[in-house]
Design a protein around this ligand. Structure first.
Ligand SMILES: *Cc1c(COP(=O)(O)O)cnc(C)c1O
Ligand code: SF4
Length: 346
């Protein structure tokens, strides 16, 4: 006869207390992400005065917010730091000097379909054209994704480039959001990367574990645990409020699959441009088992000028962070300059 310990019984009771199929799977959550500026304003109880701006911005770059991310925003607060990242504003339609469609000149560096090889030793692969959330400050808000969603035949061409260049040690899955692709597609791709002998590392740049933590499911953990490549997952969190229990649980699963977890943020006016906000973010990231990696200054993409934080201010903020945090919780302040061999420290 099998006896069960009190801990076993407790675990089973907890498991059964969660009704099955109440939370849709990640694909449904992705498909059902909110895509209507009216609905966004209504759900958060915003004053109707915000609507015309939301509609104007939406016409330039559509609204997209998953339910799980929306749930972390404060009701009735137009200045909520999570809402600011996804709420279109009328300012987006105003041209600003120096703000352009392709600030990183990526069009010039896309050597094969879905591949950007700018830095020594590592290549960036556009593994999925889609994103789970549309961030208003995104430097790819005007990116021609449709031209960069390779078919398998096109992938073979891209992979050939990697196979023929022994100086490449790291493949970076990017997008869009690479984890918006299906596990079938990702397992196929990673198996092929795994077979390239000079590749050492697989890096995944994703916001999905943050905005839809259920994305980190058994299907994903299967292919991630399977590869011989060393794994680094670079998350994208800008504010401490983005980190809830479900997101921490997703991070724990990624770590159990052998991934090192890092975070990159963008310094954004009205979201995280204070010492308190940045310090709280670093502390909270560490609680989730994630180390701060980069703090990017805004890329000058058309439509995002209202997020700008001047360089002098950015430097001051990071200097103050150094006074209140251990060194390993202070991210590197960087800018991406087209043509440079790496991100440029400020
Ligand atoms: C940012 C970036 C990388 C990675 O740079 P690290 O400094 O290694 O994080 C690689 N390729 C491209 C095209 C990038 O934009
Ligand atoms: S690429 Fe990243 S920053 Fe840009 S919209 Fe997608 S998730 Fe947001």
């Amino acid at each position: 006869m099998i006896t069960r310990s009190p801990a076993d019984l407790q675990r089973a009771r907890q498991r059964d207390a969660i009704p099955l199929a109440v939370t849709p799977d990640w694909q449904s959550q992705l498909a059902r992400a909110l895509r209507d500026p009216h609905a966004l304003c209504q759900r958060l109880g915003l004053d109707p005065a915000w609507l015309p701006g939301a509609e104007a911005g939406h016409r330039l770059f559509e609204v997209r917010v998953p339910e799980a991310f929306l749930a972390r925003m404060r009701h009735g607060d137009p200045h909520d730091p999570l809402l600011r990242q996804v709420l279109p504003l009328s300012e987006e339609a105003q041209p600003a000097p120096g703000y352009v469609a392709d600030p990183l000149d990526e069009a010039a560096h896309t050597s094969a379909r879905g591949l950007i090889h700018k830095y020594a030793g590592r290549v960036l692969l556009i593994a999925s054209p889609a994103c789970a959330v549309n961030c208003r400050y995104c430097f790819r808000r005007h990116f021609p994704y449709d031209d960069n969603a390779p078919s398998r035949a096109q992938w073979d061409e891209t992979l050939e480039h990697l196979r023929n260049d022994p100086s490449i040690h790291e493949a970076i899955l990017s997008g869009g959001d690479p984890l918006a692709a299906s596990d079938r597609q990702l397992a196929w791709l990673v198996a092929r990367l795994d077979a390239i002998p000079h590749l050492k590392r697989l890096r995944i740049h994703t916001r999905l574990p943050v905005v839809i933590p259920d994305r980190i499911d058994a299907g994903l953990l299967d292919w991630l645990s399977d590869t011989r490549l060393q794994k680094v997952v670079v998350l994208h969190v800008n504010h401490a409020n983005e980190i809830d229990d479900a997101m921490i649980a997703a991070c724990t699963r990624l770590k159990e699959a052998g991934a090192t977890l890092l975070n990159q943020s963008v310094l954004l006016h009205g979201v995280n441009d204070s010492v308190d906000a940045l310090a709280a973010l670093s502390e909270r990231l560490f609680e989730a088992g994630v180390l701060p990696y980069y703090l990017h200054v805004l890329d000058p993409v058309a439509g995002a000028a209202h997020f700008d934080v001047p360089d002098v201010e950015a430097r001051k903020l990071v200097a103050s962070l150094r006074e209140v945090l251990p060194g390993f919780l202070v991210p590197k302040l960087v800018r991406e300059i087209p043509g440079e061999a790496s991100k440029t420290p400020l």
